[in-house]
Write a protein that binds this ligand. Structure first.
Ligand code: FE
Length: 362
C-alpha cells in the first residue's frame, strides 16, 4: 500500500493519501482546498488515480478540497450521512466499507466533536484515521457544531480505544507537529480520555477548555457544507494558460519539450539558459533564440528579461533551472516554467539545437 501524510500549516491539518499499489486506485482523507494542486501532483507522480475523497467531518478551520478535486480528477465525494451536506456523491453510515483497489476502509461513526464525525479503519486494523475525535494526547473540542462531551467519550472508548493496542492512530490535526500515535499510548497517556478518566472527569475537562472559535469558522463551515464548492467561479484558483504546464510535487511548473517547441514556433516565449557559457556553446549546444544568463548572474541581470512574455528556464538536467524559477519568482516574474528534463531531454527527444561543438557542420 502507498501511504503519505500531508500537512497544511495554517490550520495544522493532516491530509492522508492511501493508494493501492496493485491497481493504482487511491483515496484522500481530509484534503485541503489550497493544496489541491499539490495533492494532484503527488498522485500523478506516484502513478495513482484518485477515486474518492473522504471527510472525517465538516471542518471549522479549513475548507475541504473535495469539490475541486472532483472537478479536476473526477473523484467522488464521501462523508457522513449525519453531516448534513450538499454535493456529496455517497453518504456513509457506521459499518460501511470504502474500497480502493484491493484494499478498503471500514467506517465507524464517532460523533461527539460533531454529529457527523467518522473514523476510518484500514482493513487490516493496523491504522485508523480518527479525524478530531481523538488527537495525539488530546481530542476535538465539544463546544460547538453539535458537540457533546458524553457522546465523544463513548465514541472514543467504544470505537477507537477498543482497537488493537498496536493499531496506529492518525489524527486530523496536530498543533505541535506530532504525526502519529497508537491505541496503547492513548489508552494509557491521553490526559483527557486515557488512564482511569471517567465520563465525569472528561466532561469536567471539556467544559473548561475556554478556547476561542477558529478564525476561519464563519467561512469554512458554510463552504464545507457545500463540500468546498466556491460561491463564485471568480474564487477558483487561477491556473496558467499560456502553455500546457504541469505542477510538480516539488513545487515547480514544468513544460514538456513538445509544448516548448510549439510555443517557440509561435514566438511567444523567451528561453533563459542558466548554464555556464562553456556548456552553452559545447556539448548539447542550446535552444535557438535562448539567452544565456548563468544562474550565479541571474538576479543581477533579471532586468535583461522581458516581463511581458512567459519565461522558460533551461539547464542541463532541469535542476539549476528549477532554482532559477525560484529566483525569478522572487524578482516578480509571474509566467514561469522549467523545461522538464532540461537539455538532456530536449536532446534525447531530438529537438533542434544550435552551437553544439561536435554537431557543428564543417
Ligand atoms: Fe474539527
Amino acid at each position: 500500500m502507498v501511504f503519505r501524510q500531508l500537512f497544511d500549516a495554517p490550520s495544522s491539518t493532516y491530509t492522508y493519501l492511501l493508494g493501492d499499489a496493485v491497481t493504482g486506485e487511491a483515496v484522500l482523507i481530509d484534503p485541503v482546498y489550497e493544496h489541491v494542486r499539490r495533492d494532484a501532483a503527488l498522485l500523478r507522480e506516484l502513478g495513482l488515480r484518485l477515486i474518492a475523497t473522504l471527510e472525517t467531518h465538516v471542518h471549522a478551520d479549513h475548507v475541504t478540497g473535495a469539490w475541486l478535486l472532483k472537478q479536476r480528477l473526477g473523484s467522488l465525494i464521501l462523508l457522513s450521512q449525519a453531516a448534513g451536506v450538499h454535493e456529496a456523491d455517497r453518504l456513509l453510515a457506521h459499518g460501511d466499507r470504502v474500497a480502493f483497489g484491493t484494499r478498503c476502509l471500514q467506517v465507524r461513526a464517532t460523533p461527539g466533536h460533531t454529529d457527523g464525525c467518522l473514523t476510518y479503519v484500514m482493513d487490516d486494523e493496523r491504522m485508523a484515521f480518527t479525524g478530531d475525535a481523538l488527537l495525539i494526547r488530546g481530542c476535538g473540542r465539544t463546544d460547538f457544531q453539535q458537540g457533546s462531551a458524553g457522546q465523544l467519550y463513548r465514541s472514543v472508548q467504544q470505537q477507537i480505544l477498543s482497537l488493537s493496542p498496536d493499531c496506529l492512530l492518525y489524527p486530523a490535526h496536530d498543533y505541535r507537529g506530532l504525526t502519529v500515535t497508537s491505541v496503547a499510548e492513548e489508552r494509557r497517556y491521553n490526559p483527557r480520555l486515557g488512564g482511569d478518566a471517567s465520563l465525569a472527569d472528561f466532561e469536567g475537562y471539556m467544559t473548561n477548555l475556554g478556547l476561542p472559535h477558529p478564525k476561519l469558522m464563519q467561512i469554512a463551515v458554510p463552504a464545507n457544507l457545500r463540500c468546498g464548492r466556491p460561491e463564485s467561479e471568480a474564487a477558483l484558483p487561477q491556473e496558467p494558460t499560456w502553455a500546457p504546464l504541469s505542477f510538480s510535487f516539488g513545487g515547480v511548473w514544468e513544460i514538456q519539450p513538445t509544448a516548448l517547441a510549439e510555443r517557440l514556433a509561435a514566438g511567444d516565449v523567451q528561453v533563459i539558459d542558466v548554464r555556464e557559457p562553456s556548456e552553452f556553446s559545447d556539448g548539447f549546444g542550446h535552444i535557438r533564440g535562448a539567452r544565456l544568463v548563468p544562474l550565479p548572474e541571474l538576479v543581477a541581470r533579471s532586468g535583461e528579461i522581458a516581463r511581458d512574455r512567459p519565461v522558460v528556464a533551461v539547464c542541463r538536467s532541469g535542476a539549476r533551472s528549477a532554482q532559477a524559477l525560484v529566483l525569478l519568482q522572487k524578482a516578480g516574474f509571474n509566467e514561469l516554467a522549467n523545461l522538464a528534463g532540461g537539455m538532456l531531454r530536449w536532446h534525447a527527444e531530438a529537438f533542434p539545437v544550435e552551437g553544439a561543438a561536435h554537431w557543428r557542420s564543417p
